[in-house]
Design a protein around this ligand. Sequence first.
Ligand code: MN
Length: 447
Amino acid sequence: MSINDLRSFLKLLEERGELVRVKRSVSNKFELSSVARRSEIEDGPALLFENVKGYSMPVVTGLLSKIDRIALGIGVEKGQILQKITKAVDSPIKPKIADEGPVKDAVVLENIDLIKMFPIPIHAEKDGGPFISAGVIIGKDPETGRRNLSYNRMHVKGPTKLGIHNDPWRHLGEFYKKAEVKGKPLEIAICIGLDPAIELAAAARVPYDEFELAGAMKGMPIELVKCETVDIEVPKNTEIVIEGKLPPTIREPEGPFAEYTGYYGMADSQQIVEVTAVTHREKPIYRTIVGASMEHVILGNVVSREPVLYKFVKHAVPEVKAVHIQPYSAGYHAIISMKKENEGMAKQAIFAALTSHINIKHVVVVDEDVDIFDPKDVFWAIATRVQGDKDVMIVPGAYGPDLDRTTEEGVTAKIGIDATAPLDRKEDFTRVKHWKIDEINLKDYNI
Ligand code: MN
């Protein structure tokens, strides 16, 4: 079955037992997010809440919180996700414009009230209010017209007013600066409820329109339709689109919000969005990402960065076997496995990994007999193949994310751990492998 929007993805997930409909009535204030997070902690399914108190619209979350579901979303086996995205990054496919689409089933230009219209959750107890967390923001470079997709947390502050966290170093932040210098607003469209390929592509940092990356992942152009009140195009099958403008010079407090670090991202002076129109499909489904959840980290820090990490390390050390950014370590830990052929290779890989993104703070390099996706195996390697005085290197005063509270204004120490065994003592470091361990089936022993 092919996926071309959120609905077709939900159908596939449901067929595979990866999505469960929740009939019980839940509040979108804390409860919905807590139930979803509990499901994530227990390795449970994605959830479609059909009865949100006070609303007729369902809310879905957890779609991309697990590798299995990401693989289903882009039609590959679990082990092929990184390869698929890496390949797509190098072969973008431009989107095309369609005349119409279901996103125009309803066009609302007057009496807009986001809180009344949509069951936008308040995710965590100290959040500043309801936040749109799974909205993909589409903007254009005011000078070149280049389109960009990004996630920005958006604090709902009034019927037609949002706060938007828009870091100046990100593409949308650059666009805003260019518009503001000219005294002009920046037009945007917020897309909620999308094809998983678009949700994944929007998380990546590429120097071109992320719709082209999504198209490459699907092997066909993404079809877009024009917005009503802004000069922006949106996927024609989007569940909900909120159109609006970021006025120049205005700044207001925004946040706090439960962030990917597992701490609250504090209130800060940020730009705002003035909403100008809403369009949506018939019986739209509201999509959310729970703040400080695994899905939050996976989208923001893992799937989006592993392809670049792999490229950097592969360039420096062709003997690399696999790379992984641990979602349960806030995306700050990178694990690399390699077939070491020279004693210096592990440190070479550490240098490359540390420069691939500012958020990569700690790097562990292991031999290819260690499963980098299994933290137990990685810790075993650190325990049995590391001597602290020789195998740990610390780089002080490097560039890190300011959301990491241990940094001083974005200046951080970085650590590399070489947990590979010495080449000249192969015999001493050969792992015990129990007899036919991979073939033993406990059912054959009635266990
Ligand atoms: Mn971008």
